[in-house]
Design a protein around this ligand. Sequence first.
Ligand SMILES: *Cc1c(COP(=O)(O)O)cnc(C)c1O
Length: 361
Amino acid sequence: MMKYGRVFNFSAGPAIMPEEVLEDIAAEVLNYRGSGMSVMEMSHRSQVFQTIRDKAEADLRELMGIPDQYKVLFIQGGGTVQFAMVPMNLMKNGTACYIETGAWSQKAIPEARRYGEVIVPASSADSQFSYIPDCSSLDIPENTDYVYICENETINGIAWHTLPDTKGKTLVSDQSSLFLSRPCDVSRYGLIWAGLQKNVGPAGMSVVIIREDLLRDDLPQYVPTYLRYKIHAENDSLYNTPNCWAIYCCGKVFRYLLDNGGLEAQAKRNEEKAAVLYDFLDGSHYFQATAAKEDRSLMNVRFVTPSKEEDAAVIAAAKAAGFENLKGHKSVGGLRASIYNAMPKAGVEALADFLRKYEKK
Ligand SMILES: *Cc1c(COP(=O)(O)O)cnc(C)c1O
């Protein structure tokens, strides 16, 4: 048990946030820096809030090195809204390629099919999404508007470590569960989006990083005002009342990452943390990691015991010992430890120790 009676929280999302950030937010919750009110209570048109929003964007731009020709948008509705917004806004020719690598790319595909033709040039469905297919030489039709990937499959625990060759077509990536976990060359993408409750802040909002030439005026009439990227870009994400509180909390996390060495340093910490758990699993005769070694996620570590019953027994024993949310997603079962940016190395070491002792018994 840690400070404030907090547990080691391995939730896949909404997920752990840095303790220092939560303390900082707590100190400002009743009276934000002499404004006499909470960020939850202030106008989104106020100068105080405008400063919070601008700073959050500026810090994210610095953190990721986002080039000038990209817009940063804060959009409500979480990840699922982006499954629809991407095809609504980007399907100009009415065709897109989606790489199928697990539960979240599988959810994006039928949503895109509402708006146009979806081609699936590569899939790892043949092995329960335990690997990323080879995408070095995809068959991509000439009229394809974009190639879509889910860069880290939160449920299956696999991640892209080499981006696909899109044959010059726009790359769109769902980065929700690895956002800000490693350096990212934004210029390789047309659009990056991330639901923020996995690796950054509160649920209910996504950040969208979009290259300016993809902002369109000529959208079909039916596309709702709120679901047009251009509307958000022209209004600094303040077209209507935004999720002010989430923008404020995410801004704190962006600042925290900058103050702690940026994404290079964070990536190094994440590699060390993941190695603690994967090394243990690789040496174990009882627990087994499910993802192909070269495609392992550093954020969501999925593993199993020899049976469902034993999986359940381990999860119960771990919970009793203060390790929360180790149950795998209901669609795949097993165990999953989500070890996002904010999970301290001590938490991963404690879990590996616990599992080692459990196995011995
Ligand atoms: C959680 C998640 C989503 C969906 O996010 P919601 O905010 O629940 O709609 C989409 N993609 C990935 C990779 C996720 O992990």
